[in-house]
Design a protein around this ligand. Sequence first.
Ligand SMILES: [Fe+2]
Ligand SMILES: [Fe+2]
Length: 262
Amino acid sequence: MRVLFIGDVYGSPGREMVELHLHKLKQEYRPQVIIANGENSAHGKGITSKIYRRFLELGINVITMGNHTFDNREIYEFIEDAKYLVRPGNMYKNAPGKDYVIYQCNQTKIAVVNLQGKTFMQTYSCPFAKIDELLPEIQKQADIIFVDFHAETTSEKIAMSWYLDGRVAAVVGTHTHVQTNDGRILPKGTAHLSDVGMTGPRDGIIGVTRETILERFTTGMSDRFTVATGPRQLSYAVIDIDDKTGKATKIQWQIIAEDIKL
Ligand SMILES: [Fe+2]
Ligand SMILES: [Fe+2]
């Protein structure tokens, strides 16, 4: 099975890049499963029902989330019915939504898990303990297990990949919005990439207008976040997994960058 993973889709610039390039990516890589992180897809904060449905229409099979899952309150109205939307599994026990999602592609079932890191982020339960708790029940239902680890630090992400080496097919990171160049297959067959990077405005600061973030850093004052405009990018990873063993055989990562004069 080949999986295409699209990193944090940020606001309308990110959604437009998905609209513009997904078809070409499908032709180029022929993925069987497409996963996208949608935690910032609604103006940088959360996701709406309309965006979720549009992602599915475009051929994205599973949407993962992160620390911004509940920032757009519309999600409370549809998260329980959103069969292919997964939020961090280690959120509070009673949080609405799913700890993992299972997607069936022909005869193969892939489980997609989303976990949130505990370093420099709001801490829920321990993501390491939570995945240990979830794996036995997931293994009964799926042939392949894919983890989107939504975390701030590369150390926590690398630690998670080694922790899960041989137990899941892939651990790819999201949240920092900056693609790392450390993709590899670990010795027991788990693909690792610390961060897939962002799909959205390239010349903002991780998606937000430069003025807003610079003001925050230089004066300590914070204004409302506004989605940056200008050239856009689409960040993705492609992971090949052996259906029989559930182990990864190859990982590639790339950014499509566009220069657009506004
Ligand atoms: Fe994000
Ligand atoms: Fe995030």
